[in-house]
Write a protein that binds this ligand. Sequence first.
Ligand code: 5AD
Ligand code: SF4
Length: 450
Amino acid sequence: MAKKLYIKTYGCQMNAYDSARMADVLAPLGYAPAAAAEEADMVILNTCHIREKAAEKVFSELGRLRPLKTRKAAAGGRLILAVAGCVAQAEGAEILARAPYVDIVLGPQTYHRLGEMVAQAARAGGHVLDTDFPAEAKFDFLPEHAAPQGVSAFLPVQEGCDKFCTFCVVPYTRGAELSRPAAAILAEARRLATQGAREITLLGQNVNAYRGAAEDGAWRLGRLIRALAGMEGLRRIRYTTSHPLDVDDELMAAHRDVPQLMPFLHLPVQSGADRVLAAMNRRHGADDYRRVIDRLRRARPDITFSSDFIVGFPGESDEDFARTLALVREIGFARAFSFKYSARPGTPAALMPDQVPDAVKAARLAELQALLAGQQHAFNAACIGRTLEVLFEKRGRHAGQLVGRSPYLQAVHAPAPDRLIGALATVRITEALANSLAGELAGCVAEMTA
Ligand code: 5AD
Ligand code: SF4
């Protein structure tokens, strides 16, 4: 009888991708997806360590899962409980000490060995802890036959980060930068397109640091994007997340020349104050960021931006924070993510003097978020009356309605027939809601039959 697998995913798109691949790795062992943890024979928590209270959330979730395990054992069965992802990488031994009923702890670099770990856990009944950074690349060991991802698919091209921003755990949990060879990425893209993907988002913790082996030397991201742009079936290309320092001329040129590369870029700046940026070890100043934005706007005049901000980094003064607000006003973001600084154990900033009181962080965050929400709202409202190209992904909440994304990554819903799922259509925008746009079908640019 088929066994059931339930995966709960926290955090970034890379984690979402990893979760799907874990399901692929376990499929040959007879695991089919479960709708809820209650009906599963195996539960994986794929965790994120980037901000506040990550580990505590995992322990409380494990506490909730424990009775399921006891119940299953009482009925003569077994629930295998696994913790994966960045909390597992950072706190592997601690997890097994505090929650000894956990069967498997695995880091983000070892999930291609998950089958083996499950067998081991089943045999021995003990724990398996695998948080290595193995010499072999996990991507080379993943099954060929992955479950289709749908119209919009993620494709990891590099993993890890060598930047060591002083607030960030990624270089420790995901390890050193590692780029996949160009040929492997193109092969995966071809497979995704054959399975119906019309949009591919290239993923990496520092995606534009990509340097992938190819027959004619190392390819940078711009080159890879050009190669993907020629691929049958693919209509749209995006990439995330980037670092301002790694926007090179080739990538700039790709934004200018490749129409499939969408005019929307998530480019985190974190702060608008040089002092803070230096303490963060971002290796660029606020003006360097402004220059990159200007060049991108010249290359692709309709481009819009999103960013990440941290408020209350150690030592951030009122004046520093005012510089962040000034930068936001000046650039204008279509959307953005902003966070209170959270001291992550093991990172240099956690030990810095002048930690900012929480009340100050909260006040700054509220002010910044009000400004950013206003910009997002203004950008969305300015879309009313415009006709935007929408790639329809799935049915909407209401009957007869589809939802898709605009070039600027806004969710757009419109009355449309099911056959337009996977099609690029033009939609006249009639309404801007808090987090999405509504519109009417104006025409069909390209109807693809998968
Ligand atoms: N505290 C607050 N925000 C953080 N981020 C990363 N580390 C921290 C931290 N310690 C934010 C950054 C990054 C985003 C993914 O999460 O803004 O770009
Ligand atoms: Fe973390 Fe991004 Fe800095 Fe790398 S570049 S250390 S992933 S914030």
